[in-house]
Design a protein around this ligand. Structure first.
Ligand SMILES: NC(=O)c1ccc[n+]([C@@H]2O[C@H](COP(=O)([O-])OP(=O)(O)OC[C@H]3O[C@@H](n4cnc5c(N)ncnc54)[C@H](O)[C@@H]3O)[C@@H](O)[C@H]2O)c1
Length: 280
């Protein structure tokens, strides 16, 4: 028996990376999945993987910039599988990149439409269906870039920060309807979003991502899928309004204190009063 047996989920951005891994994980755990994405070829591959895992799945072409497309994905879940229990608002891209003074209003707006407004649409159309179903779980992909500067481009970081607070705000409204609203803040996950933009591709990205956090391996889409499946499940029944950080410890702090890696102490394991210390 799977943790998501009998549940129906819509996952945006499910043709690749985190969304695909989540669709397959949800399917493995027993959910029926609407694979929603701009990319039909990748989407159909995900559907085939979900079916191989023994679940029902359909592809729905969605451009999350369009409100009607997101409504259609929710409607498709109800038409195909009878209800909606889970929506995972996950589709994304890097969006507007470059210096702040060179960023155009059009690129800024497009980034916000895909990374933030689409999450709003996902929530807007999921809530009424979840009320009918007696409850549900809304999950969105934010980022550690929404928690601090320097982890992503400007517009991306601002939009992801807004996803975190939209999550909290909507959680307050719909908790009484047994609808939980959470987001996930991934760290560096080696998906096409990252490795297609790195000269040298997957291997070079993998080496780099291994080196930036305490756990010495790159994050993979399965790490985020595991958290999404947990948040979708009844095991997370009392969890709402949270931003779950899944980052191998990247945001725990800096790994260097002064010029020494954390944990490497001077001989004796104790540093005395500063006036006794001489530069070596
Ligand atoms: N990879 C990372 O390190 C990382 C870290 C933090 C957050 N994220 C977030 O995770 C989410 C998934 O990204 P990923 O790393 O799996 O990247 P990915 O490129 O592998 O997957 C993104 C998916 O979103 C789809 N998509 C993009 N624009 C769309 C649109 N307008 N309408 C519908 N679908 C669209 C793409 O077709 C693709 O299938 C994104 O929201 C991203 O911002 C990724």
């Amino acid at each position: 028996m799977g943790r998501l047996d009998g549940k129906v989920a819509v996952i945006t951005g499910a043709a690749s990376g985190i969304g695909r891994a989540s669709a397959v994980r949800f399917a493995t755990e027993g959910a029926a999945v609407v694979v929603a994405d701009l990319n039909p070829r990748g989407g159909e591959e995900t559907v085939a993987e979900c079916k191989r895992a023994g679940a029902q799945a359909v592809f729905q072409r969605v451009d999350v910039i369009n409100e009607a497309d997101i409504k259609a994905a929710v409607d498709r879940a109800v038409a195909e599988f009878g209800k909606l229990d889970v929506i995972f608002n996950n589709a994304g891209l890097a969006g507007a990149v470059g210096k702040i003074e060179e960023t155009t209003a059009d690129n800024w707006d497009r980034t916000f439409a895909i990374l933030l407004r689409a999450v709003f649409f996902g929530m807007k159309y999921a809530v009424p269906e979840m009320r009918k179903a007696g409850g549900g779980s809304i999950i969105s992909t934010a980022s550690i870039a929404g928690l601090r500067g320097g982890a992503g481009p400007h517009a991306y970081s601002a939009a992801k920060a807004a996803v975190i607070n939209l999550t909290r705000s909507v959680a307050l409204e719909v908790g009484k309807d047994r609808i939980r609203v959470n987001c996930i803040c991934p760290g560096g996950i080696n998906t096409p979003l990252i490795y297609n933009n790195v000269p040298g591709g997957f291997e070079v990205a993998d080496q780099f991502l291994k080196s930036i956090q305490p756990i010495p391996r790159a994050g993979g889409p399965a790490d985020i899928a595991a958290m999404a499946a947990f948040l979708a499940s009844d095991d997370a029944e009392w969890i709402t309004g949270t931003a779950m950080v899944v980052d191998g410890g990247l945001t725990a702090g800096t790994m260097v204190f002064g010029q020494r890696p954390i944990g490497e102490t001077p001989p004796g394991g104790f540093m005395g009063p500063s006036f006794e210390q001489k530069p070596k």
